[in-house]
Design a binder for this molecule. Structure first.
Ligand SMILES: [Fe+2]
Ligand SMILES: [Fe+2]
Length: 477
């Protein structure tokens, strides 16, 4: 009898778990439900899915107090029958607890997978994700999410985390097929573990992989690297400590995600060169990093952005990058098509550029800290701009021969901007010539600068003088 009642209880529990797992990720989440949800064990563990090296992989991380070999059970059935086991490793955080990291490999396209994260006594709910099935996909792009811990107002962390959840839900209502989230840095305001757990609290990041970038605020703490589990991370000569460059391929797009706190142009060029060489068959090359090269110019930030323009724009020129996604200014701008630091074709709201001979640079507004001030002057190369207190999200449709970016403001529920980049061949209009005036000397100066200072940061975490300890370790052992 006891066995029967235990069985019945297990079935009931399984049914509840399944019901929760299958609740559509895009169902509206009222604040009350959210406040309850973030207290659950899964939300506190901060389970989050990152992209893998390509469509056949997914990377995961979550926190536990225990240090045990982490495992993900993966099944094609909702009841988790015939589950395959993938194990990973742990990394101790600055806070003493453990980040559990597991990679799923061998995923097939056009399938629904169910998974469960297990580590010691921790056992998550069953979640699901879908792998893409065709040659096109839609990514959501946001930036400066700024999940923020405030000592004086603990509720602020929950509110800012909720705003991210709500924004993804809104985006999913516009397009339920989002299969990647791109976040261009400043996910957290102080780089604290509690803020990253807040970021991961939305159930959406358990079903849609999120590609994050190191912003200057992520670098205020040391947790970003421990929290993330990113593919193809590169060892660099110069580092900003909290993470590194990484790349991944989704469908026919190569995503190059870079740490713009680190000005080491030699490292960044080597990184792009390697990733591009390894992936000759992609149709599109998209860069993502935090600092804003061509957008709204805020006087006190212009010096660091100007330095990066000199160091990085030539890399985009040399390797025929189609689109660069950025953040930092908290101000929505889309540049014209740029080559050699000049406008080569205008980008207009509602317009299409065909076979552009250069790169489009885009900055979205901050999700939790929208700007609304006059202290902004537009760069002369800006094609589209939008100043709003509203939260912005962008949907990017990638097809074989086009990229269309549509930008939405939440409160007005309107698409306020769209533009399309079209190519009639894989190379489009990109030049195969090196841009003039960019040579090893410029890159070398950038790298020397990076050794002594990270962009915009003078109170280095590991050395009062801001020197890059790792560089000296590499040189002198
Ligand atoms: Fe920011
Ligand atoms: Fe920033």
């Amino acid at each position: 009898m006891k066995v029967h009642s235990q069985k019945a209880l297990s079935i009931l529990l399984a049914a509840v778990m399944l019901f929760t797992a299958f609740t559509p990720a895009f169902a509206a989440t009222p604040v009350e439900t959210w406040n309850g949800y973030i207290e659950t064990a899964d939300a506190k563990a901060g389970i989050i899915m990152f992209p893998g090296r390509n469509d056949t992989e997914r990377n995961f991380s979550w926190y536990t107090d225990e240090n045990a070999t982490p495992e993900i059970r993966l099944s094609l059935s909702a009841d988790m029958s015939d589950a395959e086991s993938f194990t990973g490793y742990t990394e101790q955080s600055y806070y003493g607890n453990y980040s559990n990291k597991v990679t799923l490999t061998g995923l097939e396209q056009g399938k629904t997978y169910y998974y469960q994260c297990i580590s010691g006594s921790f056992k998550s709910q069953v979640y699901s994700f879908v792998t893409d099935n065709d040659d096109s996909f839609t990514a959501m792009y946001v930036t400066d999410i700024h999940v923020s811990y405030d000592e004086k107002n603990p509720a602020h962390l929950h509110e800012t985390a909720y705003n991210f959840d709500m924004t993804v839900n809104e985006a999913l209502e516009t397009n339920g097929d989002i299969s990647l989230i791109l976040s261009a840095g400043d996910q957290a305001s102080e780089g604290l573990q509690s803020e990253y757990i807040g970021l991961a609290a939305t159930p959406n990041v358990k079903s849609i992989p999120i590609a994050t970038t190191i912003g200057n605020h992520d670098r205020k703490g040391v947790e970003y690297k421990t929290f993330t589990n990113l593919p193809n991370e590169q060892n660099m000569l110069v580092s900003s400590y909290v993470g590194s460059n990484y790349y991944f391929v989704k469908n026919n797009v190569l995503f190059l995600v870079m740490d713009s706190n680190n000005a080491s142009a030699i490292d960044h060029r080597n990184f792009v060169k390697k990733a591009v060489k390894e992936n000759p068959d992609v149709n599109w090359k998209v860069m993502m990093f935090h600092h804003d090269l061509y957008g709204g110019r805020i006087p006190h930030r212009e010096s660091e952005n100007a330095l990066l323009r000199i160091l990085w724009a030539p890399i985009a020129d040399e390797f025929g990058i189609d689109l660069v996604l950025m953040g930092h200014s908290h101000y929505y701008t889309v540049s014209n098509v740029m080559y050699n630091n000049k406008t080569v074709a205008p980008v207009t709201n509602g317009g299409t550029v065909t076979d552009p001979a250069g790169t489009v640079y885009m900055v979205s507004g901050s999700l939790n800290r929208p700007r609304n001030d006059d202290d902004i002057s537009l760069g002369e190369n800006v094609g589209i701009e939008y100043l709003t207190q509203d939260k912005i999200y962008n949907l990017i449709d990638f097809t074989e021969d086009s990229i269309t970016v549509k930008s939405y403001a939440i409160e007005s529920d309107a698409c306020f901007s769209s533009f399309t980049i079209e190519k009639s061949s894989k190379d489009g209009g990109h030049s195969d010539k090196m841009p003039p005036l960019y040579n090893f000397i410029v890159r070398f100066i950038g790298t020397v600068y990076a050794v002594f200072n990270n962009i915009g940061v003078y109170d280095d975490l590991k050395n009062d003088k801001g020197y890059n300890v790792k560089f000296f370790e590499l040189l002198f052992g």
